[in-house]
Design a protein around this ligand. Sequence first.
Ligand SMILES: Cc1cc2nc3c(=O)[nH]c(=O)nc-3n(C[C@H](O)[C@H](O)[C@H](O)COP(=O)(O)OP(=O)(O)OC[C@H]3O[C@@H](n4cnc5c(N)ncnc54)[C@H](O)[C@@H]3O)c2cc1C
Length: 696
Amino acid sequence: MEPILVSILKLSMTTMLAAWACIWFLKPTQVWKRSWHHAEDWASHTFLGASGINVVVFCFPLLAVATMSYVHIHLGARRVRTRLGKFLSTKLANPLIVRSPVGTISSGELISVALFILILVWTYYSNVSSDLKKMTPTKSLKLNRWQLKVMRLGVRFGSLSEACLAVLFLPVLRGMALFRTFGIQFEASVRYHIWIGNTLIMFSVLHGSFIMFIWAIKKNLSEEITKWQRTGRVYLAGAITLAVGLIIWITSLPQIRRKKFLIFYSVHHLYAIFLLFFLLHAGDGHFFLVFSGVLLFVLDKILRIIQSSRTTDIVSASILPCKAVELTLPKHPSMKYTPTSMIFLKIPSISKFEWHPFSITSSCNMDYDRLTVLIKCQGQWTDSLYSMVQTMLDDGHAKKLSLAFEGPYGPATFPYKRYDSVILIAGGSGITPFLSILQDIASVNGSKNTYPMKIQLIYAVKRLADISMLTPISQLLLNQSFRQLQLKIFVTQEERDGAAAREILHEICQVKTVNLNVKSSQDEIPRPEGLLWKATITVMSSATFLASIIVLHRIFGDREKDASQSTVPSWVNDLLVISSLLVAASFAILATILFKLRKSVKDVNSVTKNNVRATEVHDMELSSSQEDLEINFGRRPNLIDVLSELPRDSGESIVGVFEAGDTSVYLLFTQLTSLCRYAAQSPKMKVRTSLASSWR
Ligand SMILES: Cc1cc2nc3c(=O)[nH]c(=O)nc-3n(C[C@H](O)[C@H](O)[C@H](O)COP(=O)(O)OP(=O)(O)OC[C@H]3O[C@@H](n4cnc5c(N)ncnc54)[C@H](O)[C@@H]3O)c2cc1C
């Protein structure tokens, strides 16, 4: 029954998404415009009202997809898929373009981008061509024909910004399942947010500058730009929206984001002002076009804030010789996560506002009530954490170390069982997501028909000491029954001979651990809400918003559809949208808090805890003697060599290639297209590549 339900859900989601895209495609046509006027007329005589029908048509398809995606992942995640099914999905996921600055782009991504551009081009073309047919001059400005044309061209760029704004928030919904349903990871989808954001700003600048240019040549710029119209477009609000958008965009440029992350992060919160002034500028009718993304973002934020409002105490902290800290956190056994999942941490004693993302290195199949992260010192925050743990070790006594937690976020499933062979390529701290994959594979190792049969871990580091990042899996590397794992280390900036390297390996794998105090089950990291709860809250909040906007419009709203004949200022309608959003958000907050309270009562005393206070130092020996360990100095790995070494004795071989890391590992990514080309020439080999995690 479940597989049928999963297929029905996937089909319904695809249909709804297609319907939503069709609305955007049809919206600029005359047929749609005429029909929409009739539909609004009809709705204004029913309980829905004109705003109700806007919400139902423009917002509900996407809200329905978001709701169904939770249920889909909930059901789909329980399905066990063992082998790679369709070759088409492999073709769509493999990289087609590997170029700086866009990174790797797959065929699937390229098709989606092409479709989005098609909608934008079509929207602009059909709007502008119908505008140019009926050129009614604006009374106040007395524009001649070419000035009017430029004005119209500029105004219509605004519709393109609107289309971008409608999808801008979707890729950054951390807890939402929308993108995960299609197998897209959070870090990967952040790229889409950047692309859409850049396009939005480009169209907004064109929109503003075309219009301001005409105002300037009519010597009316300062008068027009400061106008706050009673009804229709509010120019001053538009100018503020553009200014805020530009500030957000400038501080997001890689030069600022990488060097001054806190500035980028803080300024990004101006999105609330941006949205408010967009609403005041464009009016409620246009705001409904982008509202579904906004509501989903608000719900996501509420659930995240509620989860992260409690702090928990760290169980233990270890110091690794490569200047990294391993933190162990207590978790409820029912909190599940997939390999390559990540969490966000805030340590109030270091900073009250900074949240930092880290990949989980443990596997929930092995560690039921613990979760670990491995943090390499990269800057101020991570250095402070390292110093705090180092001080505890030096002083010889453990202090309480509290943190706030958000997540885990990760793929619905991690499909390594689909492959005969898996190649894991990591650079620097990019090894962390693979530590959880290896622990997960090891947890089912030995069971019948275990896939993958061969695992190659290719680890590129600058210095030999950096390989102490492998310490969390040192037991696995030593384990003789985990024979399918082969480790190849590439030390790019140091030269040593093999024997000396193995000796150094032994020394650098000395780990110092400080065990901290954990008191009760109240100290566990709070679990995120379940997927079915998130689906329920999305449906209920959407319904609350709809009910609220209908009721408020009946009491205070404008019954006149034509803005020019309206007696109610447009800010009143805008205020009704904001009020309804607040009502829906308050409902979501209240319902989640009540649900959490009920859940925490059930959870109390469900777990027993040890109180550990000692400080200890112990050695962990890496498998320096293991024959499967290969250390190369002064060179980078060649992926085609790695692929050609894979066993191909029996029939068709399915190979999964996963990469993770920061920008330094992109040097490896550049080999991926040639890798796929090589695989395409080997008829018995199917290669599927994907980005397990990436940052910077
Ligand atoms: C999805 C993901 C998973 C990660 N997993 C790990 C991991 O398992 N282990 C690990 O050591 N590192 C990991 N990182 C990197 C880690 O988040 C940063 O190194 C850390 O936040 C640096 O903070 P800092 O203040 O010490 O350094 P800074 O000097 O402030 O920054 C160093 C670099 O980290 C980036 N950075 C800073 N703060 C953040 C932030 N809040 N969010 C995203 N990037 C930030 C900056 O752009 C800069 O390039 C991961 C990053 C991401 C995005």
